[in-house]
Design a protein around this ligand. Sequence first.
Ligand code: BG6
Length: 495
Amino acid sequence: MTAEPVNTTTPAAPTAPVSSDRPEDHVIVLFGATGDLARRKLLPGLFHLAKAGLLPAAYRIVGSAPAHSALSDQEFRQHAKEAVRQFGLAEPTGKSWQAFESTLTFGAADPQDPEPLLTAVQRAEQAIGGHPRRLCHLAIPPAAFTSVIGMLGATGLARDTRVIIEKPFGTDLASARALNETVHAVFDESQVFRIDHFLGKESVDNILALRFANGLFEPVWNRQHISHVEIDVPETIGIEGRADFFEKTGTYRDMIVTHLLQVLGIVAMEPPASLSAQPLRDEKAKVFHALKPLDPAAVVRGQYDGYRTEPGVAPDSQTETFTALRAEIDNRRWAGVPFYLRSGKSMAQRRQTVTLHFKKPPRHMFPDHAHTGPGAERGNALVIDFDDPGWITARFLAKEPGPAMRLGTAEMTFRYADSFRRRHGLEGYERLLLDAMLGDQSLFTRSDSIERLWEISGELLAHPRPVEPYAPGSWGPKSIDTLIAPHRWYLPDGN
Ligand code: BG6
């Protein structure tokens, strides 16, 4: 694959999909089919996969929900159509929609009465014929995991089934361990796909390609050359009416312990022996084991002004809508290199970036006055913007044209949007749904890794500092500047 410089007129080379495998025939059971995640991501994502010809030759999608919110097949199809219309990339019309819609059926399930679901799954399997595989996606609130997993075990639905479990996986070490025990009482770890949709993002996956498919970056990807790393995911949205979920969860559990620390695992890992699931997940786990327990004094918890008056939020809520922290990886590659993580709601911009800041050259050859322009105080940086479609910029100094030796900040940028044909581009969820159907666990979280992340969070969760207020539309509480000193946050001034 060849990347192109921006603004070129040369057409990009076509690229092959990462995997050209098509999954075996499948019955996909979508628990939480009437919920927010199914509406925003899963139903539109499944339709996109169908349109792209990436779903199995024969498949059925059985929606499920507790009996009190049961739908008829027809209502479920209508629900899916509206979801695709509102959140999908392609309009739900024409032959492709009709074909997709005809695969949708609904079966309500309560732990005491799973019959309607069992009947719907049986019908779907008969309609396909042979021995289709089964994938259960638990797009349900964490509080419902235990009872649904128990039901899958009791009804036999768990047998030979793969199961996708949504985050957050537990709320602390004890609950994650308990949940793992519940899961392992019914499923073998090889059947379990703990999903973190950031790991399905094209540009996060590309970090592996950037590091390990090239000779250019890996030699400097270490403490000899890098002074500090930022993983920065500000969001402009608030809690979007999810007070019930958010009050119990907060940004640390919703974003940091899942998404941002998972990205850190990819950025910091040693080269795996291969890209297959075990070596890749082993290397990520090693990074988590080398992470020092988080120090509550190196964590800023923020709450945007106005959060406490949102419907469903306690007037004295101490739930954080913002977290910034310093993490340290105690191994030979990273000792002494701080990793700064930040994420929050109602912030100034939506961005998803990893920034590697490089040390200054050892010899100061150019006079100070040679470089006094914008960004003068910043060193070289490699910025990976992993929000779809994603881009990577290398920031460095160059000589400004003219008789004097004056330096200006220059950059080289690779943009996915301009550089490859995006025919096969998939959203995070789509990629991961496909991987789960193919049985590829590489990008899913393993039980030991998730437990380790809760383990390093112990002190922080037991002794959280009070939340500090910040203005909506800002970059967080003031104390984040002290947290990162003597450095400065790359955003917003770095752009
Ligand atoms: C979800 C969180 O997992 O990720 C949300 O629950 C967050 O709070 C979202 O907004 C961000 O995902 P995306 O797809 O916008 O990158």
